[in-house]
Structures are given as C-alpha cells and as structure tokens.
Design a protein around this ligand. Structure first.
Ligand SMILES: [Zn+2]
Length: 235
C-alpha cells in the first residue's frame, strides 16, 4: 500500500500520479518495475455533443411544423377566429430568441436584442389583432416593449464599453429600474386618460432605488470601503 507524499491520500498500485494533487508516484522499492495496468478504461465514454447545425435544423423543423399545422387546423377545422396567430407568434419569438445561440454566434448582442424586441412587439400585435381594439397595443404594449429593450440595450452597451464590476453593474441596474417604473406608471396614467402626471407606486420604487444608489456610489468612490466589500463578498 502506498500513499501520496504530498497530500497523504491512499494510492492504488497502478496509479502513475496522485488523483488528488497530481504529484507523480515514485516508489523507490519498485523503480524499474512496470506499473500494473490501470483498472479503469483509458477513454472517457462520453456521448458526442450534438452539432449546432443539426440542432438548428431540428429547431427550425419543429417550429415550422408547429406553426404550419396549427395554421392548417385553424383554417380547416376550428375556423371561428385566427387563434393560430398566437402560436405562430410564439414560434417566431422562439426562433428569434435562439437565433444567436443556435444559428449565428457572432451576432452582435445589440442587434440580437433589437431583433428580440421586434419579435415580442410583432407577437403582441398579433394578440392585439385578435382583440376588439388595438388601442392598448399602441398606447401601452408597444411603448413598454420598446422601453424594456431600450433599458436592456443600454445595460449591454455599458457592459461591453466599460468593463463593469459587480458594484458598477448593480449601480447601473438600480438607475434603470426606477426609470423604467416611472415611465411605466406615466404610460398607464396616459392610457387611463389621467393627465395629472402624479406618481404613486413608482415613487416608492424610485425612493428605494435612490437610497441603494447613494450607498453604491459611496462604496464605489471610497476605495477603502470598496476593497472591504470586495473582500467580504469575494468578488
Ligand atoms: Zn496527492
């Protein structure tokens, strides 16, 4: 029975190095002797990864088949309303969302976000088309989607241009969240024809985020505090 000289773990006779710390095994009594064959297979029996191209083909076929069959079912059997538009909308969204992951990895994130936003907007419009009035889409749905993806675009832009740390990333997020909430409340008030432009729930979000922002800015400006936070939170 031998043990690793470095970490003391018990070693199987066929091992050429310690499995834990990778220290080479040299048994002076057995120098020159052959190592017995390893009881474990040499090759790792892993299943081959599915190629991205094949995955892309599978995904496209499934999405087109889903949309197509639902459209046929809609036109030929359940033809009271154009309900299949909703399914087709979801298929389009899934295709656009997975496009940069499956089909085109080099797509710039800003462009893929723009495409995602457009897909969601098209989907919402398809739903609006099925409802008696599309007013909610133009006054609330579309602006909210545009606002949400604009916030995401800004965040991703900052993430790429300035190497954001955990703290500055959090600061960025806590500036964007209240801006989004305030705009959302104003949009809802506008939709309800309430033009007083007074804030209620979003003012609470704004206040809480402002407190967090002040704390974050203080931490970021004071180097000693910043290092202390980094050390304690391990980043
Ligand atoms: Zn060891």
């Amino acid at each position: 029975m031998s043990y690793c000289v470095n970490c003391g773990v018990e070693l199987e006779a066929s091992l050429k190095e310690c499995p834990l710390c990778h220290t080479p095994v040299i048994n002076l009594k057995e120098v020159g002797k052959e190592f017995p064959p390893s009881p474990y297979p040499e090759n790792k029996g892993q299943v081959e990864e599915v190629k991205r191209k094949d995955l892309g083909i599978l995904l496209s076929v499934v999405l087109i088949a889903t949309g197509g069959t639902c459209l046929l079912l809609n036109l030929l059997v359940f033809d009271r309303s154009l309900w299949s538009l909703q399914v087709i909308g979801i298929c389009i969204c899934l295709f656009v969302f997975t496009f940069p992951l499956v089909y085109y990895r080099k797509m710039p994130p800003s462009l893929s976000l723009l495409a995602d936003g457009a897909a969601v907007a098209v989907y919402l419009y398809m739903i609006a088309y099925l409802t008696p009035s599309t007013v909610w889409f133009w006054q609330l749905g579309l602006p909210i989607v545009a606002l949400f993806f604009l916030c995401l675009e800004i965040f991703v832009f900052l993430l790429r241009k300035i190497p954001l740390t955990m703290l500055s990333g959090a600061l960025c997020l806590f500036v964007e969240i209240p801006l989004f909430c305030v705009s959302l409340e104003l949009l809802i008030r506008n939709m309800l024809a309430d033009y007083t432009m007074r804030l209620s729930w979003s003012a609470v979000v704004l206040t809480v985020c402002a407190i967090i922002d002040v704390a974050l800015v203080t931490i970021l400006v004071k180097k000693r505090l910043r290092n202390e936070v980094r050390r304690r939170l391990h980043f």
